[in-house]
Design a protein around this ligand. Structure first.
Ligand code: AOF
Ligand code: ZN
Length: 374
């Protein structure tokens, strides 16, 4: 009999967890396999908040009793009564002999308590196993739990000479269809899409997720629409702007002193959520405060789709966790617009980045960077 190691089974649990990429919000993506005599006897993943957790789904899937089995879970089993009962109790009751976990749950309600409960019941605990891979499943959930902030990805499309639009602002279409499809998936896995009033006034985008029926990865039926958020200091968004529809999923951040009462009443009446943020040190809307408000509302992952000004503001505020840039095989010339507006003069002020991945998407190249200020 081939004996597989813990990493082998945990990798299976990770594959299962990934199936929840587009649906678990605001909960984490979690996978679980139950193994007995080197065979999977049950498997499950968390699909949707309010429904069964991964462990409970794996126990329900088991083709025999789980007495003496090893449970591999990508996240520490929960110990609390949330929308569903504690998974630690379910595993104890099922009689598993061992629990191998991928990472501790950063949720303060759990955070070690699940493991302690299981250990107290005389069950062996092993872990963390493949911790970095398990953490990579939930960058947003983890950041929100640990820091009270969402994980922010900025998506940019640029020419080979690093330009995002012509001087006039004309920007459609720099990248090809394959890259645009990839962006739809990035949107679908996000809880909020954030943009600036500049882009709204210039392009009137809808910023909704449009997943094709033939998409190999994301099922258009289960994909939920992220909320759309406009950073709009003076509340100048027009009530008919496409981004506000449907209005129950649209948010606008403004600075209270700048807002005209009547306009605020009109938008609120339509069902748009208008939130206030204080003025930051530079006199503009405090982006950190706005991001804290989004995290408080359960937003794990933010996709920032903005012009150079707002993208630069996020970068300067230290709020960007990841830069996803699609580079098209085009040259737009020296008068065209850059990716980030940053007031830098000297080489030693340069924002250093770490390259995380490179992939060809159609004729474009997708580059993922992490700013080094993190
Ligand atoms: C697990 N397995 O599959 C998930 C866990 O409100 P509830 O009952 O859905 O609980 C949500 C919390 O449970 C969530 O914040 C996280 O701490 C944990 N999620 N735990 O053992 C799962 N989804
Ligand atoms: Zn649970």
């Amino acid at each position: 009999m081939t004996v597989y190691n813990h990493e082998y089974w945990m990798a299976k649990a990770i594959q299962l967890a990934k199936k929840g990429r587009y649906t678990t919000h605001p909960n984490p993506r979690v996978g679980c396999v139950l193994v007995k005599d080197q065979q999977i006897i049950g498997q499950g993943f968390h699909v949707k908040a309010g429904e069964g957790h991964a462990e409970v789904n794996a126990l329900a899937d088991a083709n025999q009793d789980a007495v003496g089995a090893t449970a591999y879970v990508t996240l520490e089993p929960c110990s609390h009564q949330g929308k569903t009962p504690p998974c630690a109790d379910a595993l104890i009751k099922a009689g598993v002999a061992r629990v191998v976990y991928g990472m501790q749950d950063p949720n303060p309600e759990v955070s070690g308590n699940g493991l302690a409960k299981i250990k107290k019941a005389g069950i062996e605990i092993i872990g963390p196993v493949l911790e970095a891979e398990c953490e990579a499943l939930n960058p947003g959930f983890i950041k929100r739990m640990r820091e009270g902030l969402p994980y922010v990805r900025v998506k940019l499309a640029m020419s080979m000479d690093g330009r995002t639009a012509m001087e006039s602002g004309e920007s459609q279409w720099i990248t090809d269809t394959a890259a645009r499809l990839d962006v739809q998936r990035l949107r679908a896995q996000s809880d909020a899409i954030v943009t600036g009033i500049g882009s709204v006034l210039a392009d009137n985008p809808s910023m909704t997720v449009r997943i094709d029926n033939n998409d190999q990865e994301a099922d258009p039926k289960s994909v939920r629409q992220p909320i759309r958020v406009v950073m709009d200091t003076a509340l100048s968004v027009l009530p008919e702007a496409k981004i506000l529809y449907p209005t129950n999923q649209a948010w606008v951040f403004s600075v209270e002193e700048e807002v005209e009462e009547e306009h605020l009443a009109l938008l609120t009446k339509k069902g748009v959520t208008v939130r206030f943020a204080p003025r930051g040190l530079d006199g503009r809307l405090d982006l950190l405060d706005a991001m804290e408000q989004l995290a408080d509302a359960g937003i794990n992952e933010v996709l920032l789709e903005a012009g150079a000004e707002l993208a630069g503001g996020f970068l300067e505020a230290g709020l960007i966790d990841e830069i996803v840039v699609y580079m098209a095989p085009k040259l737009l010339g020296s008068s065209a617009r850059p990716l980030f507006k940053l007031p830098l003069e000297e080489m030693d002020e340069a924002v250093e980045l770490t390259l995380k991945s490179v992939r060809q998407v159609g004729q474009d190249v997708r580059l993922v960077y992490v700013p080094k200020y993190l």
